[in-house]
Structure formats: C-alpha cells, structure tokens
Design a binder for this molecule. Structure first.
Ligand SMILES: *Cc1c(COP(=O)(O)O)cnc(C)c1O
Length: 383
C-alpha cells in the first residue's frame, strides 16, 4: 500500500473529525463512470456505506441515483441526491410502504409473502418491483456475518420457493452476496444466479447485482466486470444495476484524532485518544479489522509501540497496537485511513461520547467544517 499524502492542514482539524477529500471521491467516481459507459449499466450509491450528503451533488454528477436499506435512507437519497431512488428491506411495515411509494422508483422485496402483501399498492403506484434472490453461493470465508448465502440466512428468496408462484407484476430480480470482492467472485455468483433463476430473467426488465464490488480498489478487474454486465444484458435483455457502497468512497476519507494521555501497564504503553473504536469506528471491533494509520507500522516494527485506545470505559475499546518512529506525546495527531465508509454512518454516543465532526477537503484541499455535534445529539436520542 502506498502511503497517502495529506495536502490539507492536519493541525486545523478539530479532533476527532472525519475529513473526506473531494479529489479522492472523484478518482473513485471516474472509475465507476467508466464502468457505466463501457458496460451500459446504471450505478447507484448504496447509502448504507456512505451518507455524507454534503457530497451528494458531486456524486450525482457521475451516478444514477441511490439505494436505501430502509425508510430514512430512502428519504435522504430522494431529498438530497435525486435521480433514481431504490429501496430494499428484509420486511416493510405498512406505513413505510405508504411513505416509500411516492419517493422510490424501485422497491425490492425479500419474500413472496411481503410481495403479495403490498403487490396491489405497488402496481397501482406504477413503481417498479423486484425480488431479492438468494443464489446459495458463498464466495467469502473471512467475514461470515456479511455472508447472506450462509445456511439459514434470512436474506433473499431460494429458487425452490419460486415453485408455483405467479411472477406477474414483477420487473426485476436483485441479488446481494458480495462484500469487498473482486469480479472473479462475481463471475462465480452470476453462474449460480443464472443456474437457479436464469429461467425467470427473460421475463424481467432488470437485474440488480447488489453491492460488495470493490471496483475502485487498485487490483479490481474492471474489464471482467464490464464483460459480465454486457453478457447478462445481451443474454437476457435486461437492464443491469450495480449498487456499490464502499467502492464510492473507498480510501476517500480519514479520521483525525489526538493523544490525550499515555499510560503504562506491565510493559504495555497505552495511548488514550480522543477517538473511540466503539463509538467512532465500530467496525474495528465488529468486523473486525485494523485500520491503517499514516506513518505507523505493525507493533515493534518501528522504535516506539503503543496500544491505541479510546476514552470510554469499555475495556476492549482499543484499536490495536501500532509502532512509531518518534515517541507519541500528549497532543500528537494521528490520521486513520479509509474512514469515510461504514464509520461515519455507524457512529454512536455510547458513554455520552461526543460524535466526531465532519469535514470536507475541496479540490484545492481547503477544509470546510460541514458539521459539528454537541450535547443535544446525545440527549435527543434518549429520554
Ligand atoms: C450493503 C449493501 C450494499 C452495498 O454494499 P457495499 O459492500 O458497501 O458495496 C448494496 N446493496 C445492498 C442490498 C446492501 O445490503
């Protein structure tokens, strides 16, 4: 991995804060625009991964719309992005359908039971409906909690459940089974989708390939993705949608934090930061993974090793062990990489922790404070 160069003033960032760079977002979006153009498909922003709506007008220059995991994301996409608004939910409430129909273009259902429950309403509204299918094809071993194809999964309809069902009124099928994967895994998945659901595809208008395509990652095979999209379009006469989340803001944002204190316990030096794993980057503990921090190495690779932890009372609120060329000091600033995706959207106020500010670096790397938070953001979620 090549080390990122930061061109904005790190010292001006009120820590902790996310900083998302316009130039890095554009770099990803150019790649996605190339896929759209060469493959002739549509690409949506999966807001679940990245909902920094400050940048929606910029993203909308390149992409066709948004997809939502539920009612509030759908509304955000409709209000702030425009274009097409798609939504999927494992189960919709009746009142949500009322609210979604006026603002969504595609609604994807997770079972025949849900489809039958809302079919008349959807058809009367003239909106496009689809079913999420489950091709029972696991292509990832590392992240079992992100595998919708595991036995017993609640996500997607099995091919055996299509028997005897009437597909009239349905426009499309949707699958989402990948997570941070390359196009070779898409090839494997498409084979399973075609074997199980190919017979229904010619009656459909669209096939949505879901997210999890790591298209903007350096080693991603874009040409293979393009050829697969074209092949599906030609074979079945359907329009193809991709709805990546990560790929849009991959490596496009940082979290800047400061050292508050340094303590020692039986030979381990703890640097206590003003950012918390559990509050500001919960995937570090949930996924789990070890974020990269600029100018650091693995434990003991460089001269000074610290365990980095948050200011909460959770004993396990630490990010990992990192080594540095110089000793850390109170006030030292650390820059965590790849923090735009699945961090900002997952922050929380456990322990009454202040939320991290949100900043944007424009094309000239000037910083804007887009949003800061206070006590009321904590208090108003409780009573
Ligand atoms: C999570 C999700 C996405 C986006 O996935 P990424 O891994 O962020 O690309 C797209 N579609 C659906 C249905 C999802 O659940």
């Amino acid at each position: 991995m090549t080390e990122a160069t930061i061109k904005w003033s790190v010292d001006k960032v009120p820590t902790p804060a996310f900083v998302v760079e316009e130039n890095l977002l554009r770099k990803n979006l150019e790649i996605l625009a190339r896929v759209k153009e060469e493959a002739g498909c549509k690409i949506l922003l999966a807001q679940k991964a990245f909902s920094m709506f400050h940048f929606y007008p910029l993203i909308a220059e390149y992409l066709d719309g948004t997809t939502a995991s539920g009612i509030h994301e759908a509304r955000l996409g409709y209000e702030e992005f425009g274009g097409e608004t798609h939504v999927f939910s494992p189960a919709y409430r009746p009142e949500e359908i009322e609210e979604l129909l006026p603002i969504c273009d595609h609604l994807v259902f997770n079972s025949f039971s849900q489809w039958h429950r809302y079919k008349d309403q959807v058809l009367n509204s003239g909106k496009s409906a689809g079913l999420r299918v489950n091709p029972e094809c696991s292509t990832q071993d590392d992240h079992a909690i992100y595998d919708p194809c595991s036995p017993g999964s609640r996500l997607g309809i099995l091919d055996s459940q299509f028997e005897g069902e009437d597909l009239s009124g349905l426009d499309g099928l949707h699958f989402h089974t990948l997570c941070e994967q390359n196009s070779d895994d898409l090839v494997t998945t498409l084979k399973a989708v075609e074997a199980k659901f190919g017979k229904y595809l010619s009656q459909m208008k669209w096939l949505n390939f879901g997210g999890g395509h790591h298209i903007s990652r350096e080693d991603y095979d874009v040409d293979l993705l393009v050829s697969e999209v074209k092949r599906i379009k030609e074979t079945y006469g359907v329009e193809v949608y991709l709805e990546p989340g990560e790929a849009i803001a991959l490596n496009a944002g940082y979290l800047v934090a400061q050292v508050l204190d340094i303590t020692e316990n039986r030979g381990v030096f703890n640097a206590i930061l003003d950012t918390s794993a559990t509050c500001h980057m919960p995937d570090v503990l949930e996924m789990p993974y070890r974020p990269h921090i600029i100018s650091t190495g693995e434990a003991h690779k460089k001269a000074y090793t610290y365990r980095l932890g948050g200011p909460t009372c959770l004993a396990g609120d630490h990010i990992g062990e990192y080594s540095f060329d110089q000793p850390l000091e109170i006030g030292s600033r650390l820059i965590f990489c790849d923090m735009a995706i699945y961090s900002m959207v997952k922050t929380n106020t456990f322990n009454g922790m202040p939320l991290a500010s949100i900043m944007a670096a424009d094309a000239q790397n000037n910083l804007t404070l887009v949003k800061s938070f206070g006590y009321l953001d904590f208090k108003e979620r409780l009573s």
